[in-house]
Design a protein around this ligand. Structure first.
Ligand code: NAP
Length: 308
């Protein structure tokens, strides 16, 4: 079968670092165009507006949205209305309701919609889900602490309303948490630290639980220099599970069971190929719902200014 022709919308860090190489490495896809207000890419058609691309290239059947979450809904709705299959970078929208609306629009139009949640494709996530199945969980800790200056240099949108602040990377941890646990979780309380010059938090402590009352605590910080922490630890009646390196590594009672390199974005496009072949959508807003609820319940503290 001929490969799906893909357009990337938003030609920033994640498009360059991950989407372009992942598409190049998958024979089911061919990068055919990019949409960016400012940037171009050699070897493919470049457009400054989504509408112009959709009109000029009816042969492009998949559009991968890699812009920040704030403008995502309107652009994804335009893509769906044009009858193209649609992939959404994480977080899949600026609000939970947006994602639900897109789900309905895609179903009505008969196109595939995928919330990609890249961290769910890390090598140890599915083994962790399988290991936890059937075990009694006593407690869980999530530590997502990284250096914003290293990973998001100069990105103004993350500090603006809808940008999520530290919860942009934390959504990766929550996408793993919600994938590996057998039961849904919900937020019970939060303390969020907002720099005095920013609209989004730079740190937070969040408590979650589930229907069994399991204590789950999250410690999130965007000012951690040195080694970075992307860890989920689960204490169970069958031992202690440690997922680290953002889901690439899994140990049980200190013994390493899985350790692999970064295969997240190849995993996204592999899954997308399957969804397209089956005509199935995969839409999940659960991690974004937890963030929205932390913002609903969270106590707010004003902390020192953040200068990039
Ligand atoms: P970025 O480097 O700032 O790039 C975003 C691109 O989107 C820009 O190049 C911009 O291109 C375009 N854009 C369209 N409308 C925009 C608007 N209203 N404001 C700002 N830019 C707009 O961001 P990124 O790091 O690639 O992140 C994009 C998405 O990927 C986010 O949802 C993020 O959470 C996700 N993500 C990022 C990373 C990472 O490590 N950075 C990892 C995983 C996922 P033009 O100005 O040329 O149109």
């Amino acid at each position: 079968m001929a490969p799906h022709k893909v357009a990337l919308v938003g030609l920033g860090k994640i498009a360059h670092d991950q989407h372009i190489p992942a598409i190049a490495g998958n024979p089911d896809f061919e990068l055919a165009a990019v949409v960016s207000r400012n940037a171009t890419l050699e070897g493919v058609d470049c457009f400054t507006s989504l509408e112009a691309m959709l009109e000029a290239r009816p042969d492009i059947d998949v559009v991968s949205h890699c812009q920040p979450p704030q403008p995502r809904f309107a652009m994804a709705a335009t893509t769906i209305a044009a009858g193209r299959h649609t992939l959404l970078e994480k977080p899949p929208g600026a609000t939970v309701a947006e994602v639900e609306t897109l789900k309905g629009l895609a179903a009505d139009k008969g196109v595939v919609l995928m919330t990609t949640w890249h961290s769910r494709h890390a090598a140890a996530v599915e083994p962790a889900r399988q290991w936890l199945a059937g075990k009694r969980i006593a407690r869980i800790e999530i530590a997502w602490r990284e250096d914003v200056r290293r990973w998001h240099p100069g990105q103004a949108w993350i500090w603006e309303p809808g940008g999520l602040g530290v919860f942009d990377p934390v959504s990766n941890g929550l996408s793993i948490l919600t994938a590996i646990l057998p039961d849904p979780v919900h937020v019970t309380g939060a303390v969020l630290d907002f720099p005095e010059n920013c609209q989004t938090p730079i740190a937070g402590r969040v408590q979650f639980t589930d229907a069994h009352g399991t204590p789950i605590s999250g410690d999130f910080d965007w000012l951690q220099t040195g080694p970075q922490s992307w860890d989920i630890t689960v204490w169970t009646d069958g031992g202690q599970l440690a997922l680290s390196s953002g889901g690439a590594k899994m140990a049980v009672d200190g013994e390493i069971r899985v350790e692999a390199g970064d295969a997240e974005y190849p995993g996204i496009y592999e899954k997308a190929a399957g969804l397209l072949a089956d005509g199935q959508s995969d839409v999940d807003a659960a991690p974004l719902q937890l963030i929205a609820d932390a913002f609903l319940l969270g106590e707010r503290r004003i902390v020192a200014r953040f200068e990039d």
